[in-house]
Design a protein around this ligand. Structure first.
Ligand SMILES: [Zn+2]
Length: 307
C-alpha cells in the first residue's frame, strides 16, 4: 500500500534537488501576453517548491519560475521516470508504459477514424511519440507512413525497432526543410512543452493546407476536481496546466478549427481533432472563464470535499 509517508520517502531517496535547478521567470503570459499573475499554489504533488501561477487576464496556468531547457533535458534523462515511479509506488519506464500505451492508442484511433479512414492522407508526424506504440497502431489501422519525433534516446530506439522512421530531438529544434505532413499528432505532450503557443504555430507550418492535427491535454480542471486539491494537480513535469477554454484559444490563435473534442474515458484528458484554418490572433478564453477558474480553485482549497 502507498502511504503518504512511504511516497515521500521514495521521492526523497531520488535526491533530486528541484530548488537547485536552473530556472527562468515567466514575464508574459504565453497565451495572451499579459503580465499580471496570481499565485495559485506553492508546491507540487511531489512536494517540490514549484509555484503555479494563473494569468488574471486569460486564465492560463503555468509554473513560474519554470526549469530552463537544459534543466528539463537533464530531468527527462535522469529523473522523470524514476520520479513518476516513486510517486505511484511501481516501476514505470519505457518498457512498462507500452501496455498502457496500447489501450491509449486504441481509444485515440477510434476518435480519429472518421477523419483518417479513406481520407487519402498518408504521412504522420508523431511529436513526443515516445516508444512509437501509438504511431505504430495508427500505421496499421490507417495505412499511414509515420515519423516519430522524441527527445528520449531509449524510447526512440524502441520506436525504431517497430520499423518507424525516428528523429531524436525536440520539436522546437526540428528542422523539417521542405517536408510537410498530412497528419500531425501530439499525444500526451502539450503539457510538457516550454512554449505552447510557439510550438503550435510550428506544427501549423508543418502541415499542408489540408490535413488533421490531434492534440490532447490533461484538463487542469478535471485534475484538481478529481484530487480535490490544486497542489495534487501540479507536477514539475508539466510547465502548463491547460483547460478547455485556454486550449481552444491556443488552437484558434495557431490556425486550427476544432472538428471534434472528446472527454477521454479516464475523465482526465480532453482530446481535440483539428484541421488547418486561418489563424485567429485575437482568440481568447471567454471573459467569465477566469472568474470561474478562481472560484473553483478557492472552493477546492477551502471547501469540504463532496462525498
Ligand atoms: Zn494570459
Amino acid at each position: 500500500m502507498t502511504t503518504a509517508a512511504s511516497r515521500a520517502e521514495r521521492i526523497a531517496a531520488l535526491r533530486f534537488d528541484y530548488a537547485a535547478q536552473g530556472t527562468s521567470a515567466v514575464e508574459r503570459c504565453n497565451l495572451c501576453g499579459a503580465d499580471t499573475f496570481l499565485v495559485l499554489a506553492h508546491r507540487d504533488r511531489y512536494g517540490y517548491p514549484a509555484q503555479a501561477h494563473a494569468c488574471v487576464s486569460c486564465g492560463l496556468v503555468f509554473l513560474n519560475p519554470v526549469m530552463d531547457a537544459a534543466g528539463y533535458a537533464r530531468f527527462y534523462m535522469e529523473t522523470y521516470r524514476p520520479l513518476v515511479s516513486a510517486y505511484h509506488g511501481r516501476l514505470i519506464d519505457a518498457r512498462t508504459i507500452q501496455e498502457e500505451q496500447r489501450a491509449y492508442a486504441a481509444e485515440r484511433a477510434g476518435l480519429l477514424a472518421p477523419y483518417l479512414r479513406g481520407s487519402g492522407l498518408s504521412t504522420l508526424l508523431d511529436i513526443g511519440g515516445s516508444t512509437g506504440v501509438v504511431a505504430h497502431h495508427l500505421v496499421r489501422e490507417f495505412g499511414l507512413r509515420a515519423t516519430v519525433l522524441d527527445p528520449a534516446p531509449l524510447e526512440v530506439e524502441q520506436a525504431r525497432a517497430l520499423g518507424l522512421e525516428t528523429i531524436t530531438g525536440l520539436v522546437e529544434q526540428f528542422e523539417p526543410g521542405t517536408r510537410r505532413f498530412d497528419v500531425v499528432a501530439m499525444f500526451q505532450t502539450v503539457d510538457h512543452l516550454l512554449d505552447v503557443g510557439g510550438t503550435l504555430r510550428r506544427v501549423r507550418a508543418l502541415m499542408a493546407g489540408r490535413g488533421v492535427f490531434f492534440v490532447d491535454i490533461v484538463d487542469f480542471r478535471a485534475a484538481y476536481l478529481r484530487h480535490w486539491s490544486v497542489e495534487e494537480a501540479i507536477k514539475i513535469d508539466h510547465p502548463y496546466y491547460l483547460t478547455e477554454d485556454t486550449m481552444t484559444a491556443y488552437l484558434g490563435q495557431a490556425g486550427f478549427d476544432v472538428l471534434r473534442a472528446d472527454y477521454a474515458a479516464d475523465h482526465l484528458h480532453v482530446s481535440y481533432v483539428c484541421r488547418p484554418a486561418p489563424p485567429r490572433g485575437d482568440a481568447r478564453p471567454p471573459s467569465a472563464s477566469v472568474r470561474d477558474l478562481l472560484r473553483d480553485v478557492r472552493l477546492v482549497q477551502s471547501g469540504p470535499r463532496p462525498s
